[in-house]
Design a binder for this molecule. Sequence first.
Ligand code: ADP
Ligand code: ZN
Ligand code: ZN
Length: 756
Amino acid sequence: MTPARVSIGPVVQIALDVPLDQCFDFLAPGATAQDIGQLAVVPFGKRKTTGVILGVANTSTLDPAQLKPVDRVMRDVPAFAPRDLALMRFLAGYYQHPLGQVLMSCLPPALRNERAPVAVAALVTRHVALSPAGEAFDAASLPTRAIAQRRVLQALQVRPETRAALVVSIPGAAQALKALTQKGLVKMDVVAPTIPDPLDAASTLSPALIPAQSTAVNRIRENLDRFRTFLLFGITGSGKSEVYLQSVAACLARGRQALILVPEVHLTPQLAARFRIRFPGVHMAVLHSHAASRERLKDWLAAQAGHARIVLGTRLAVTTPMPELGLIIVDEEHDTSFKQQEGLRYSARDAAVYRGSLAACPVVLGSATPSLESWRNAQPDGESDGRYELLTLPERAVPGAKLPAVRVINSAHEPQNEGLGGTLIAALKQRLARREQSLVFINRRGFAPALVCAQCAWMPECGHCSARMVFHRGQSPNRPDHPGRLHCHHCGETRPVPTHCGDCGSVELAPLGRGTQRVEETLAGLFPAARVARLDRDAARAKGVATRIFAEAAAGDVDILVGTQMLSKGHDFPNLTLVGVLNADDAMFSADFRAPERLFAQLVQVAGRAGRAGLPGEVLIQTRFPTHPLYAAVCAQDYPGFAKLQDDERRLAGLPPHAALALLRVEGRKPGEAMKAAKAAATLARALTEARGKVHIHDALPAALAKKGGWERAQVLVQSPSRTALHRLLAPWRAVLAAELPRQVRWALDVDPMEV
Ligand code: ADP
Ligand code: ZN
Ligand code: ZN
């Protein structure tokens, strides 16, 4: 028997931060449709939890006797607007993640709990004043029981007040203010800072655009009133930032807000700095996960209230509420950090494009090495129909600046000094003599990727992961003789360096291979007078170190920079003329189909650091595969040619961008458990697809890293030429997995996975 739908007063449907795809009903006397999008605190089991109101009704399918009342609706915390909710619904559906968890994970941490109103009140000063109607209104005409409303009106007749002052001094003022606002008698406003005309400031500082930049800016400006996606393909140093700056100026001049997404704000402060300098009077919010909780909340509220006209941030900023959003820019759109690898596994780039369609505004994706997906969408052929508009900046913007000359050096043909060949050493020597800077790029941190026994080739491994332990020297310069430690780069475990082999007992243990620390040490030995600085994740762990090293390098206080890809992003060192690349070949052995795309991007980006300001740049890549087509493309700096080769290969293999993928990731503690569950999951998927066709379910496989942090890992890849067909499988598959897989295994669906 279905429960009768009797009218029982307002019932709110709330999405909670729980792994379930459903809303929960609660009684909420006084709730109206106005409350949709508001946060509310509700009793849930034995605890209280926070959720978002998604609907208000007068009935419930539940037995009214079972319904519990909400604890409170947090009307002091700004609500999600309908357009924000639409974006969250898209993320939940597309990435197969419960809506309640999507909503809560998109809030700044300070808003995710019961204390949210306190956090907000501490930051926002809302001023309340009588409206013209309120000034003409006689408080005595209110019903006698509306005591609070009368007292509020009387107080405001004396002078405008802050909301906090009224709430503290008049009992019931919060409700009264709401009623008075609805009657149009009072105005509640957050005091907005004055916004100077952004174009005044911009026009005095911006350089005259070169023709390709002008074309790009004009196309974006002409489309500010509609949804359109542009792929801004500009070689390194072609002045993409200038295109962003002038497009943003046009957006601000129309009274709209601009959203700029960047890979890592704390590592690439330069773009943020350029926006600050260009738009000095404009309120800019900078949102990223390294920001202090209070700052993040403040910036988020400023964006939501429309005060922050520019929002610049990492992937998490893509959901920032912006009521007047008029332009979205994704810088370095190919960067893998735009894809979140846990929880809600969304791509901020793809979410940005969807958001542009909701906001009816243009989206600009910028890169010197676009992702194959974006590149394909921008091809004007029958297959993609030019879904994105391609804007090209084919030359460097600074007059006289040329792309560096890139050469590959066969490392098998020259003697190596600790991994550095004679050609590279000579080139470094030359730069030191000319007082120019060099950068040595090696994408491995630590001293050596492994320790090895000279007698039996034993190598220490992490007990929790299927990986070797990486040998790190002590970080402290005061203790150069420190024996160092072994680190697992997957689970973070560290342990002392063993004194003897774990297999044969020999004491002859030696570091094998090279990491940044070892290269730094070698360079310091070869060039004792040179100032060598290392930047990798270890060095950058201490707060402020990365900023300091970048500042020193920019000031010319560093001769040789050694580091990982951290050095390859967005920095402009005018005096840097040489880039050396070590160990690039490692990526050639990866099973991941995107490995070549990533290596190409990395090499072009790091090569792009050389010769940016008129001095000719040189790039030397040491490799054992000098004739590999990928290196030929890097030498020619021919992204379109490389992209064409990759695109054709992917088409033949039925891989993205010519197919859609989803990956089920399964983890289990007990031996064999993950694999068993993955096999069962594949069988369940096949049963579901038989009727649907078009989707290929691969066999279950161990993950590339078969064990991590004590969890065995397995995966099932599903692939389809049709995204729609793939998505039709995902929701029912997820439902049967939730019902069928043993509870002790952890699993998650990764839609459009970056690593397979
Ligand atoms: P990208 O982001 O494409 O790598 P940038 O925007 O950093 O390139 O620009 C590279 C350099 O060119 C910067 O030093 C910038 O100031 C300069 N630049 C950009 N546009 C112009 C222009 N129109 N005239 C002169 N210099 C420019
Ligand atoms: Zn041994
Ligand atoms: Zn480990």
